[in-house]
Design a protein around this ligand. Structure first.
Ligand code: PMP
Length: 427
């Protein structure tokens, strides 16, 4: 371990824990690989969802960033810049939302904050429906609506939040229900919650597949069924696509498209990998919703030229190389391979996911309870084998999360699966 570990509390409070007993200091990356300060090379099966949607050190993005940085770096809310307008036009067209407008932020938290601000202003109401086990960010408003209590570090919230079922279906009385029964039960829960609301509800916010919550997805169409109930009350639907956007799930460009029966959401939020490491977040909304604020609300860095240039180059690469198709093909093979490996392991409850968004839930074989010890041990063992993975789940530590960059090759998928097999068997 490098001297940085002794010094890291300068930037990190006690409530943040780094991954690994010997935390890794990353120095550089290329493609799907990253290197530590000790010279070790790792296959990166997690960075794809955090930052690096397409590939590490993608030359197209590096070039766009350095050229733009050499021209001008400035604020974007008072002056125009070309990459911002071009990226906004492309994102609006891709979003599926009619008459869409885009507002750029610098993170997913801020994107959701902006969406909540717009929804509450548009509806003149401060109640929000959120999903149990959800995660939406770390600001005061977004921790307040986050359903996953291990990521909601304060019980105070400026918004009234009603939590409904739907995000998690493999636990408790819901586990035995068919898709149709589960959907009906969740719709009944939503109706019940809305019946209990005091006054108007502004919006329902949901991740199509819960990310931090452990890659749990509801049956296709659940949010379409919710939408029909929401429409009766004029309540908006915000789809938090921070993890599910840009083709990661393979089958769809956005997660909401698995629930498209009743049309697109009123708003969607995005962030993380679209800038391939540069800080971009944003909200897309119908014009009438976007324009519902009473006065100005600006973001100095949201839409700044360098991040927008990165986003534009990254999005162009993603579309030109059909990385959504790659996620579907390579992700499909990887899920199959992992299912075959895990079928013989009693501690694995489920291998689930879509495209390159794959979760492996570990339980104690006797009790069926989340196996935090095993999850932590697999994380360490995989690292020893040269593979970086992520953690998640209702208890933060019950699910292994695999989210490589979307350009993952078949050979790399096999390499990662083999390392993971060893790690799982060693525990
Ligand atoms: N929404 C979802 C679904 C997320 O997964 C995250 C980040 N884990 C956020 C919002 C917050 O994004 P950020 O960390 O960029 O603020």
């Amino acid at each position: 371990m490098t001297d940085l570990y002794d010094r890291h509390r300068a930037v990190m409070p006690e409530w943040l824990n780094l991954y690994y007993q010997q935390p890794i200091e990353l120095t550089h990356g290329e493609g799907r690989y990253v290197w530590g300060a000790d010279g070790r090379k790792y296959l990166d099966f997690f960075g794809g969802i955090l930052t690096t949607m397409t590939a590490h050190a993608l030359p197209e993005v590096t070039k766009a960033v350095s050229e733009q940085a050499g021209r001008i770096i400035h604020s974007s809310t008072l002056y125009l810049n070309r990459p911002m307008v071009e990226l906004a036009e492309r994102v609006a067209a891709l979003s599926g939302i009619p008459d869409a407008r885009v507002f750029f932020t610098t993170s997913g938290t801020e994107a959701n904050d902006a969406a909540l601000l717009l929804a509450t202003a548009h509806r003149r109401a401060n109640q929000i429906v959120a999903m149990r086990n959800s995660y939406h960010g770390r600001s005061f408003t977004t921790v307040g609506i986050t359903g996953n209590q291990s990521w909601s570090p304060t019980s105070l919230s400026p918004l009234q939040t009603l939590y409904v079922h739907g995000g998690v279906r493999n636990r408790g009385p819901y586990a035995s229900l068919s898709d149709a029964e589960f959907t009906a039960a969740c719709v009944a829960d939503l109706r019940d919650m809305l019946g209990q609301a005091r006054g108007e509800v502004a919006a329902l916010i949901a991740e199509p597949i819960q990310g931090v919550g452990g890659f749990t997805s509801p049956p296709d169409g659940l949010y379409a069924a919710f939408r029909e109930v929401l429409a009766e009350h004029g309540i908006l639907w915000i789809s938090d696509e921070v993890q599910t956007g840009w083709g990661r799930t393979g089958e769809h460009f956005w997660g909401w498209q698995a629930h498209a029966r009743s049309g697109p959401p009123d708003m969607l939020t995005f962030a993380k990998g679209i800038g391939n490491g540069m800080s971009i977040g944003g909200v897309v909304a119908r014009a009438e919703v976007m324009n519902s604020l009473d006065s100005r609300s600006i973001s100095t860095f949201g839409g700044s030229p360098v991040t927008m240039a990165a986003g534009l180059a990254n999005l162009t690469y993603l579309l030109e190389h059909d990385l959504q198709g790659n996620a579907r093909r390579v992700g499909g093979l990887l899920i199959e391979r992992l299912r075959a490996i895990c079928a013989q392991l009693p501690g694995v409850r489920e291998v689930r996911g879509r495209g390159l968004m794959i979760g492996i839930e570990l339980v104690e074989p006797g009790t069926g309870e989340p196996d935090r010890r095993a999850v932590a041990a697999v994380l360490e063992a995989a690292r020893e084998g040269g593979l970086l993975i992520g953690l998640g789940g209702a208890h933060s530590t019950s699910v292994l999360r695999l989210t490589p960059p979307l350009s993952l090759t078949v050979a790399e998928a096999e390499e990662g699966a083999a390392i993971l097999e060893q790690a799982l068997r060693s525990v």
